[in-house]
Design a protein around this ligand. Structure first.
Ligand SMILES: Cc1cc2nc3c(=O)[nH]c(=O)nc-3n(C[C@H](O)[C@H](O)[C@H](O)COP(=O)(O)OP(=O)(O)OC[C@H]3O[C@@H](n4cnc5c(N)ncnc54)[C@H](O)[C@@H]3O)c2cc1C
Length: 304
């Protein structure tokens, strides 16, 4: 007989961990199932968080969050949920290796996966000298020479956005995806360099200090900071879709602003899968809000 949890949280990133801490403190029976391959697993430094003026890595936040949640009795399972369904008022989740998990309430905190082509030596720079989000890290490139590792209109758009912080930018259009003549003219007008080619590796000093890129034609383009903008990020709403959650045209979930519950009763969504700014502080806020309303429902059911 499978244990039925009060709530299963799918995704043990920032939103999932914050929700786990909050739900653990209500002393509910909580399981977090996590595949450990999200944004918080790859970002080596967050710079814009209250209380961390020198930055904190995703790994550190995750490890602290897990310890904190475990101290309240929250259980953790390393797995990837591949199927979710509702049966007689309970949610049944199937893991990739055949494990099954059962819960009364479900919180989806499965995040977004960035589309980053395999570029040698790039990964250790993520969050330290190469970034993905101008709202998070635009400040980090202030007055610096920036190389945009990007593609098509998405890369060009990033170059134009970063022009707020730097007037020394070059956009490398990896694999030469289409950029309109109008956009090219705008780049030129703003003195933003434009080059087409295939980026074969990042040039890196001391393991994580971005210094530029090497193209497959042998050309070296130097820079002090990198920004990634290839487009095509994957919003992990597969499970939500299986349960009938409404997915917006922009591929995100429009959860209720007050409770974070979705259009499917007893299914909540938090973090980057929800339609709003994709940031750590937002994900934490979502996780807390969802947990409070999950608790309210569990309590109401217990008292009815
Ligand atoms: C390079 C980089 C730099 C960044 N810098 C900043 C910054 O400076 N400041 C800032 O505020 N934000 C920054 N961000 C964004 C920030 O990381 C995200 O907003 C945050 O991680 C969102 O939290 P989340 O819990 O929604 O998703 P995540 O942290 O991505 O966690 C989602 C979790 O769900 C798991 N998962 C997904 N599907 C399944 C499944 N089917 N079964 C089980 N588990 C599953 C994943 O493995 C993952 O562990 C950065 C992101 C990147 C990539």
């Amino acid at each position: 007989m499978k244990k039925t949890y009060d709530c299963i949280i799918v995704g043990g990133g920032i939103a999932g961990l914050q929700a786990a801490i909050q739900l653990g403190r209500y002393e509910h029976d909580i399981l977090v199932v996590d595949a450990n391959d999200g944004r918080s697993a790859i970002c080596r430094c967050y710079h814009n968080l209250l209380g961390w003026p020198d930055g904190v890595s995703g790994e550190q936040l995750r490890s602290l969050g897990r310890k904190q949640a475990e101290s309240y009795g929250v259980e953790f399972q390393s797995d990837r949920i591949v199927n979710a369904r509702k049966d007689k008022g309970e949610f049944i989740l199937d893991g990739k290796d055949g494990n099954h998990y059962v819960a009364r309430k479900l919180l989806l905190a499965t995040g977004v996966k960035d589309n980053i082509p395999k570029i040698k030596y790039l990964d250790p720079c993520l969050g330290l000298s190469v970034y993905v989000c101008p709202d998070c890290d635009g400040y980090e490139v202030k007055g610096k020479k920036v190389v945009i590792l990007g593609s098509g209109e998405t890369g060009a758009g990033m170059a134009l956005t970063l022009n707020y912080w730097s007037d020394d930018i070059i956009f490398i259009n990896h694999e030469s995806n289409e950029v309109s003549e109008e956009t090219k003219a705008e780049l030129k007008e703003k003195n933003i360099g434009y080059e087409e080619g295939i980026i074969s590796e990042a040039i890196v000093e001391d393991e994580s200090g971005f210094k530029g890129v090497l193209l497959d034609n042998g050309e070296v383009i130097t820079g002090e900071r990198g920004f990634i903008a290839f487009g095509g990020n994957k919003v992990h709403t597969e499970l939500a879709e299986q349960l009938g959650v409404h997915i917006m045209d922009n591929k995100h979930i429009n959860a209720d602003a007050r409770s974070k519950e979705t259009n499917v009763e007893n299914v909540w969504a938090a973090g980057d899968i929800v339609a709003h700014s994709e940031q750590v502080s937002t994900a934490m806020g979502d996780g807390s809000i969802a947990a409070i309303w999950i608790h309210k429902k569990l309590l109401a059911e217990r008292n009815s």
